[in-house]
Design a binder for this molecule. Structure first.
Ligand code: ATP
Ligand code: MG
Length: 538
């Protein structure tokens, strides 16, 4: 019997809308503002919007909500497109709110003609003051009584650049005593001289979010416009504009935004981390951005899996970062190629190995029967980890020490004979003998061993740098932490470690995922070169 996953509340609504014939098919959108790189919260929104369309045989538009020229940039547009594609989604249309500026202007004129919008000369402070409070109605001002002709002329003059920034605004004329503050004559247009990344200097007035978003949905015939809970109070205005303009009735639905432990999720704060140099860039592997996670080695599959598992809620909550890490590990365990890397080396000399060198074979992934093997050169001088040798081994120590035997991964069993120290008393070299009949996979030696060590042939080793990342912040719930979020930064969230790696790594595919034995998952950094290999710990 197959177990059917129950539908979440948005899926319920959509399936009813399709069953009732309200829509023949659905069209959703993902509407980022191109003022920063996308983060894992956006991934949730992407998976939701594109996922719904996929699930119900509909489509999704990618719409850049680019109505605030001061903070927007083409670099962000490009990164957003790359991230959505990387997550595995295809948009039906690439749209820009700025492409609708003419249409939006016409809509505003229509509202003026209906007596539903007016030009207000008050300052921002005056407007706020005249709006009243949630318990006291607004007073408004005399500009509210301007005639249609006067408003049309002034609005045209605003557009023509006759006034300075902030000198006038266009407001909707709705209800100054509405319990919903957003309905107390909200701003529709402001004057702002800023170069727009698409429309250049063509406009000096720009529509506000509330006058752009719903109308853009409507222009594109979006059926289900899904956004986060903070937009609930905006919904009345969304509906009001659409109704007054008599345009396509898109509908807004809200779900709880994703919050995660140990990180911040606001482009404004992430921009601060970049600009103040707390991280290298937007795609720094410690960042909660999609590009940072990609560079760190997270897979698109694991991010989609995570977004799926957390589902959607109607109430704010905070998700444990460890759930995302679990999803990543689960996927990597299936696909990661096993490799051997030694970080804190001591020399292991095999005194009776007189073949010079040979090529051994080691499996790429024990989880994958078709994973194949790779060549690993073996010789009489190897690097092993310092921590895998103990001068005076304790009883339960199953690694190497005087008189102890151990298996070298995919190679032979070796038995320690002696060791050497430098002047400071640090072990430098361990001497051992190997058993010729103990080759991995064809072991007839009968020697019982409990430990298996990773190793790298010294003369074949390639030097690599490992970036070992830790959490960027020390506290779980940053939203509730007092003071500046940057006070909670982990002072050591990155350690750079030199290491010796088996030579296969120099020729592996750039996008291959690795598990370095006994160390964790690693992914080649975007700045890694053949001469200086760099791997990020995922
Ligand atoms: P930020 O506060 O990080 O700048 P934003 O909401 O201003 O985020 P937008 O570019 O406007 O960013 O967001 C695009 C879409 O992604 C919106 O529909 C928004 O609701 C959604 N979104 C943003 N952050 C989250 C989040 N943490 N969880 C779920 N959806 C989100
Ligand atoms: Mg926003």
């Amino acid at each position: 019997m197959s177990e059917e996953k129950s539908l979440n509340f948005i899926e319920e609504i959509i399936s009813q809308d399709l069953a009732s014939g309200k829509y023949a098919s659905i069209l959703t959108r993902f509407p980022p503002e191109p003022n920063g790189y996308l983060h894992i919260g956006h991934a949730k929104s992407i998976c939701l919007n594109f996922g719904l369309a996929k699930q119900f045989g509909g489509k999704t538009n990618l719409r850049f909500d680019d109505t605030n020229p001061a903070k927007e940039d083409i670099e962000y547009v490009d990164s957003i497109k790359e991230d959505v594609k990387w997550l595995g989604f295809e948009w039906a249309k690439e749209c820009y709110a700025s492409d609708y500026f003419d249409q939006l202007y016409t809509f505003a004129v229509q509202l003026i003609e209906k007596g539903l919008a007016y030009v207000d000369d008050s300052s921002a402070a005056e407007i706020a003051e005249q709006k009243g409070t949630p318990t006291a109605p607004g007073t408004g001002n005399a500009f509210r009584n301007r005639t249609e002709a006067e408003n049309l002329e002034l609005f045209a003059a605003m557009k023509a650049g006759k006034y300075a920034d902030g000198e006038k605004v266009l407001r909707a004329k709705i209800d100054l005593s509405s319990p919903n503050m957003h309905m107390r004559d909200p701003l529709l247009y402001r004057i702002k001289r800023a170069h727009h990344h698409r429309t250049g200097d063509q406009w000096c007035i720009y529509p506000m979010y509330d006058f752009a978003h719903g109308q853009s949905d409507s222009i594109e015939n979006i059926t289900h416009s899904v956004c986060t809970l903070e937009f609930i109070p905006h919904r009345a205005l969304y509906d009001w504009c659409i109704e007054q303009l008599g345009i396509y009735p898109s509908h807004q639905y809200e779900f709880a935004r994703l919050n995660m432990t140990y990180t911040v999720m606001s482009k404004r704060k992430l921009l601060q981390l970049v600009e103040e140099g707390h991280v290298e860039s937007w795609d720094d592997p410690r960042m909660p951005t999609i590009s940072g996670m990609r560079r760190r080695g997270y897979t698109a599959d694991s991010i989609r899996d995570f977004c799926d598992r957390i589902g959607i809620a109607k109430r704010e909550n905070i998700i444990d970062l460890s759930l995302l890490e679990f999803c990543v590990r689960e996927h990597l365990n299936k696909i990661a190629q096993r490799r051997m890397v030694v970080t804190n080396p001591i020399k292991l000399v095999i005194t009776n190995y007189d073949k010079g060198e040979e090529i051994l074979h080691s499996e790429n992934n024990p989880e994958d029967p078709n994973g194949g093997t790779r060549d690993v050169p073996f010789s009489n001088e190897l690097w092993i980890e310092r921590e895998d040798f103990m001068e005076e081994p304790t009883k339960k120590y199953f690694r190497l020490g005087p008189g102890l035997s151990v298996r070298l991964k995919s190679a032979y069993i070796v038995s320690c004979e002696s060791f050497e120290k430098d002047a400071e008393g640090n072990i430098t070299t361990v001497y051992a003998t190997y058993n010729v009949d103990s080759k991995s996979g064809q072991d007839t030696s009968g020697i019982p061993v409990k430990g298996t060590l990773h190793w790298v042939s010294a003369k074949h080793a390639v030097p690599v740098v490992l970036n070992e990342y830790d959490r960027l912040f020390n506290v779980e719930d940053l939203a509730s932490a007092e003071g500046d979020f940057k006070d909670y930064m982990n002072p050591i969230s990155l350690k750079k470690v030199n290491a010796f790696a088996e030579p296969a790594l120099a020729n592996d595919a750039l996008d291959a995922r690795f598990q370095f034995l006994r160390k964790g998952y690693f992914y080649q950094d975007t700045k890694s070169t053949k001469d200086k290999l760099v791997f990020n710990r995922t």
